[in-house]
Design a protein around this ligand. Sequence first.
Ligand code: NAD
Length: 522
Amino acid sequence: MNALDKMISLGAGYSAQGGFAQSVTDIFGALGLSLDARRGSDLKVFSPVDGSELAALRTDRAGDMDAMVANARAAFATWKDVPAPHRGELVRRYGLLVREHKEALSHLLTIENGKILTEARGEVQEVIDICEYAVGLSRQLFGLTIASERAEHRLTEYWHPLGVLGLISAFNFPAAVWAWGTTVALVCGDSAIWKPSEKTPLTALAFAGLLQKAAADYDLAPDDLVQIAIGDAACGTTLADHPDVAIVSATGSVRMGQDVGVRVQRRFGRPVLELGGNNAAIVAPSADIGLALRGTIFAATGTCGQRCTTLRRLIVHDDIRADFVKRLIAAVGSLNIGSPLDDATHVGPLIDKAAFDAMQRALEQARRDGGIVHGGDRIEVAGPDAYYVRPAIVEMPAQSEIVREETFAPILYVLSYRDFAEAIALQNGVPQGLSSCVFTSDVREAEKFQSAQGSDCGIVNVNIGTSGAEIGGAFGGEKVTGGGRVSGSDSWKNYMRRVTATVNYSTSLPLAQGVKFDLDLD
Ligand code: NAD
């Protein structure tokens, strides 16, 4: 039995000393990659599944980063001249590689990040899907023809590659967010450097390694088209400050975005910010209650509450509140909390102790604010270094400060309302603006919620929870969520520069707005 099969068969509670470290090595081997050149002593990587050490890595220093940016500039100079559909061919080949290795990549993602296997498979599928999306896009990078006010003039807009993409990503989607940005940037003609979370560098090395392999086998791809920088926030700062990094796409906390956004803006680079959310669901009296319950539970507890789109606030009508909350508490109480490698598990571990401590601090504050806490306690699954919790449902008397904050853990605050306008005001009454939803069968409420009088978020759903967006639509949010859209819809324009071109095919030189500037040159 190989290490991967052994890992699958061990299932819940697996914590054999060193088991996952060997699994990581074996998975890299199965991918045709090796960690050997990366091993070192700067950064220890732990599995949230059992708290064991997975690997120790060498990190990149400021000097390494400068060389990487110079190499990325050189790669860009070649790649931007490759026709876009041929750039798409590289992404097509990469998508096939990820598809071939979906199972191994999903296991690596689960043991390093802790999300349950079905969600890890979903994330890998998202990488495959975005590759296919980007390949199609490589033949669709179209501009506009605009009616000119001048006779015999043609006014157009079109798009050129922009430069080097620096992509900073968070631990909770350790592969998909990178793929959203990088595959699209590649077909747009950019080169890319990835600075993944220091909590999930192994998943990053695997996904980037496969893309580097695809590039090495593709004669049109220059060296160093895609690079990876392993390290902490300082590596991210280098990308944010570097004048030769044209676009900085940063996904993570609001605090990180406030720093990165200002640094990039100061040098007039292009920031794309995908930051924290504090997402709400309104449950109206006309809602299909079974559907609302299922949608609420998955959105609140999936990925152990560690999605940017996790449902954090439930705003339920007074008339149905008591019954809805009772059923919710019972359902959350019956969820299987355990090893994310076990197919029967609904909720895996938190990423680390810091996440657990932040959750407990938030629950204590909620109690001080008059909240009634159900669940939220630690569950012993795989020893003292793994942090498993029962998701918490907290009945709150009001939307106090702690409710207005994003705590990156499975806490669902319950509020109530009488009037729909009051529900919308509560939904919008937080600094974040990522995802929102309403469960209702009343078409007026559904439409109002989506209108300019309704939710102020970037994602507005009806009869669907707040998480689990599809890749086709633009993904991102407003207010302190940062305003960026990494992928989907026309987000590809973030990775290109716009040219407005006017061609005069007449024999005169009329000026716009009727300006006269007559010269007698004879
Ligand atoms: P984090 O902000 O701690 O780290 C994210 C990344 O930024 C890491 O790679 C980190 O090393 C880097 N970083 C941190 N500070 C930096 C700085 N000052 N300069 C440059 N780089 C810096 O976030 P996290 O704990 O990994 O992830 C959780 C957060 O990410 C949550 O707030 C979540 O809502 C958010 N998130 C948002 C989205 C979205 O699309 N809106 C998606 C996923 C996660």
